[in-house]
Write a new protein. Structure first.
Length: 300
């Protein structure tokens, strides 16, 4: 166990995910660099979260008890603003990392970038797929705002000072579930240098995919972020607003389709078409959802 000053502060917000948290912390403990500290921000969990943390017996892992009232950004910011290490990483308590994650990302940051984001495996109980984020040109402010999010929080390591100077994640309740996207937008607006490592260094756990309320909430939060930024963007126009909101409806429709909620997918595809009627992929998605709905009705 290293006694040197930490190079990376790992911020882990959690709420009643003790067994998942054990996997997350175990993946931090197994990193091939040991100069880290992990700050678990515990949102008044009622399960055995404290026992899991204590079981590691590692002084580099500490816990902050903090009620965030449903605003996870507040938990992340609490640990972020206390960090004194050069770099900070974010790990949701239901995700986990490969052993070379921190060393690979720190080496990249030491080359001069501000934020590094690596590829991830998205894993559910039934399936798995590899997701690559970026590319770098997508993180120019206008591209990121009009093209949608291309960064994943649990795959990010960044310069602590850069993140602190911007005040961390927004705690605006309208942005909950999209507060990370809003933060990347502010970083992009300040011309922070993003780098993407096309290497799978972590696992993003997918669960509750079929929860319609979650999909709808995420969509509303993303649209709130977009509207907020477009309101002050010099390049904004009514046409761009319609196209960008059409993209949000399209992404929502894809999420509903993936969850087998074909009727809601059709509704969201239709909203996308109304905003921007010239997108061929939207019509293709609409057609696939019609077929899915028909197949579902036949097999009932």
């Amino acid at each position: 166990m290293s006694t040197a000053s930490p190079v990376v502060t790992v911020v882990i917000p959690t709420y009643n995910q003790a067994d998942f948290l054990r996997e997350a912390l175990d993946s931090v403990a197994k990193q091939d660099i040991q100069e880290w500290e992990a700050v678990v921000v515990n949102n008044a969990s009622s399960d055995h979260t404290k026992e899991v943390i204590s079981s590691f017996g590692d002084p580099r892992i500490r816990v902050i008890d903090f009620k965030n009232h449903g605003v996870i950004a507040a938990s992340r910011n609490l640990a972020l603003m206390q960090a004194t290490s050069p770099f900070v990483a974010f790990l949701d308590s239901d995700d986990w990392w490969h052993p070379t994650k921190l060393s690979r990302c720190v080496a990249t940051l030491q080359g001069g970038s501000d934020i590094v984001c690596h590829s991830e495996e998205w894993r559910s109980a039934k399936r798995s797929r590899i997701v690559h984020y970026g590319p770098e040109q997508r993180t120019e402010y206008q591209e990121l705002l009009l093209g949608g999010n291309c960064v994943s929080t649990s795959a990010v390591v960044g310069r602590t000072k850069v993140f602190q100077e911007l005040g961390g994640f927004s705690t605006d309740p309208r942005f909950v579930t999209a507060e990370d996207y809003e933060f990347w937008l502010r970083l992009a607006r300040e011309r922070a240098h993003f780098v993407f490592v096309k290497e799978v260094l972590g696992v993003f756990r997918i669960h509750s995919l079929s929860a319609s309320s979650s999909v709808e909430r995420n969509s509303a939060a993303e649209m709130a972020v977009v509207a907020h930024h477009l309101a002050s963007a010099s390049f904004a126009s009514p046409r761009l607003m319609r196209r960008r909101l059409a993209l949000s409806h399209y992404s929502t429709a894809r999420s509903f389709h993936a969850a087998g909620n074909f009727r809601q997918a059709l509704s969201s595809f239709w909203l996308s078409v109304r905003r921007s009627p010239w997108s061929l992929r939207t019509y293709a998605g609409f057609g696939l959802s019609v077929l899915g709905a028909l197949r579902a009705s036949v097999t009932r």
